[in-house]
Design a protein around this ligand. Structure first.
Ligand SMILES: Nc1ncnc2c1ncn2[C@@H]1O[C@H](COP(=O)(O)OP(=O)(O)O)[C@@H](O)[C@H]1O
Ligand SMILES: [Mg+2]
Length: 291
């Protein structure tokens, strides 16, 4: 765990300038898996855009019942098969249609995706190596990132993933992705498997790293508290075929997770959104029962 309290307060979101292109733009996006009788439409009529706010990216949290298409949306942005490409519609990053995966979009999954046969340092430096960066400089940068995500460069650098707790492994996965400074960070339930104290500390750490990077973050979570705490904006996805039912702004985090998430005002917002999401979950279950 890092010794210092991460810096939490964020600058206000400023409106995008007239000439800037949206970071992401979904227009009439649909994805159907399979064909003929086995065709299944996971998402349909998905429209949203994330403007390019000056000096700070937006933190977009995505909520919705299980199976509604959240991972499909994220993997379409990442350019990962079989979700990518979309069946119809257009997805643009800074005005350009997505053609494949790319280093401008970094992904962090729930199941800790480090290489088992590589050490912490080698895992974190991996992407730099692929990019062809100098070995010495990559190792130095990886050591710095070990510290940035709250691990200890002296004692953790040479450990292998099986020697780490789940929280530590997820710190490695975050460092592996952020060391490449992606303009868009895609996170699919990254803290879903962590216990609450570890989760709070990871939330705070993520906010302080994100401040530094000024990237746009898409963050899927099942935890409404986590979405309301971390997000500038929430997208709530309907049961399948998923589409964006609600697109709302929420106050950004300005205090550490453990204290802000106990406050009345915060809890009121959480209850309001919980009612919405629970309604959708009941709808999804009823639809399943009808099948
Ligand atoms: N490769 C695939 N082939 C067929 N169906 C899929 C595939 N990937 C996802 N689905 C289906 O699409 C729907 C949305 O999936 P997903 O995006 O993973 O949902 P979420 O992340 O919201 O839980 C689910 O019903 C899932 O079973
Ligand atoms: Mg998912």
């Amino acid at each position: 765990m890092s010794e210092t309290q991460p810096e939490i307060a964020l600058p206000e979101l400023e409106p995008a300038t007239a000439e800037s292109l949206p970071v992401i733009e979904f227009s009439e996006v649909a994805k159907t898996f399979g064909s003929g009788e086995r065709a299944f439409t996971a998402i349909k009529d998905v429209n949203f855009n994330v403007p390019d706010h000056p000096n700070r990216g937006e933190f977009v949290a995505i909520l919705g019942p299980s199976g509604c298409g959240k991972s499909t949306i994220l993997r379409l942005i990442a350019g990962l098969k079989p979700q990518f490409p979309a069946t119809s519609g257009s997805i643009k990053v800074f005005g350009e249609e997505i053609l494949s995966a790319g280093a401008d979009r970094g992904m962090v999954f729930q199941d800790y995706t480090s290489f088992d046969h590589l050490t912490v340092l080698q895992n974190i430096a991996f992407g730099l190596g692929i990019r062809g960066d100098d070995k010495g400089a990559s190792a130095a940068s990886a050591r710095e990132w070990i510290g940035k995500v709250g691990l200890n460069p002296d004692t953790d650098a040479d450990k292998y993933p099986h020697q780490l707790s789940g929280g530590m492994r997820q710190r490695v996965a975050i460092a592996r992705s952020l060391i490449l400074h992606p303009r868009i960070i895609l996170m699919d339930e990254p803290f879903g498997a962590l216990d609450p104290p570890t989760r709070f500390s990871m939330q705070d750490q993520l906010i302080s790293l994100w401040r530094e990077q000024q990237s746009t973050v898409f963050f899927i979570t099942h935890s409404i508290e986590e979405a309301v705490y971390l997000g500038d904006r929430l997208l709530i996805v309907s049961p399948s075929p998923g589409k964006i039912l609600h697109d709302m702004e929420v106050p950004p985090p300005d205090r550490p997770a453990a204290s802000m998430q106990r406050e009345h005002e915060f809890m009121d917002k959480v209850f309001e959104i919980r009612d919405l999401v629970e309604g959708l979950e009941r709808q999804a279950q009823a639809a399943q029962a009808d099948e």
